[in-house]
Design a protein around this ligand. Sequence first.
Ligand code: ADP
Ligand code: TRP
Length: 338
Amino acid sequence: MFEDKTVLTGVKPTGTPHIGNLVGAIRPAIELGNKVLDAGGRHFMFVADYHAINAEKDPVMLTQKIKEVACVYLAFGLDPNRSVFYRQSDVPEILEFTTILYAYTPKGFMNKAHAYKAFVDKNLAAQKPDDDGINMGLYTYPVLMAADILSFDTDVVPVGKDQVQHVEIARDIAGIINAHYNKELLKLPEYSLTKNAILVPGLDGRKMSKSYNNVVPIFADDAAIKKAVYTIKTDSRPLEEPKDPDSVLVYQIYQAVAAPEQVKAMAEGLQQGKLGYGHVKNMLLDAIINLVKEPREKYNYYMAHFNEVEGMLEAGRDKARPVARRTLDRLKNTVFGR
Ligand code: ADP
Ligand code: TRP
């Protein structure tokens, strides 16, 4: 299905990742990349650092987040020798591309983009002026994202629900340009919605999210992970009382991190009144530690030897730039009638 296809994913450096990010985004992206490469396709994966500066203005924090996100993907098995792994800001062709796209993008596309609208809604709810704190980077975010995608003649962009509209905007902009010049100048990208993505609940039962402060961080030490697991919400039902596994939050999180036979064993133990909350928390703790143990070592290694990662990103840049250059030249030649 992916033979001869180009699949591209951008990741925003947003801060220390948690189990929800791992299960819902990081692992699926790496697995899909490997599937594409095995089928003979091309996989581009980049750190969207220009997108990140819209929100993060502290250079120290920004550098830290960029390093973290690059090391997380490498730790969980992204192979930079197979995937083209680069930093967006190392590929200036994308920015030239963005400037050209501006000229063809109706302003109305930006006004209706969800990420921008959500910000406006938040301002209005807080009785602030609608554009309070909104910079042009955030407002025009979908154009840069379109350039990220179109620069590489991308066929497929794997996304979560929140990014579908952005890919549609990229497609629409490409369509406008193709229609204007009456030729297939830019490839129209499609999105593929990450299927059956599990939504991992957090320590309090709401979606696990940085913004709720209810996360199990992936790369904390064992003691910190234990502390998080022990604070997962439970109720006062006694051990012997048979419980519907789905009514037990620890079990819901366990499903995201344990092997199927382990999940089955926990379900049965709860149903039969043989496992109490202390037991299931220990089982969950073991499963999480088992899941992160090896990647954590790799992650710590890469963070401590970032010069090696830097080398990988530079090699990725050197593979990415000629591809982007070719697409950009094609576009420029037509736009300027060269
Ligand atoms: P957060 O909610 O912690 O701020 P982000 O919005 O930065 O996380 O999400 C980064 C990626 O991780 C997105 O692709 C998102 O779908 C995925 N993700 C975040 N939280 C979860 C979760 N609890 N379960 C599954 N996937 C998640
Ligand atoms: N907007 C994406 C997010 O918030 C990140 C991103 C930037 C991206 N450019 C992209 C994703 C291009 C896919 C393709 O997660």
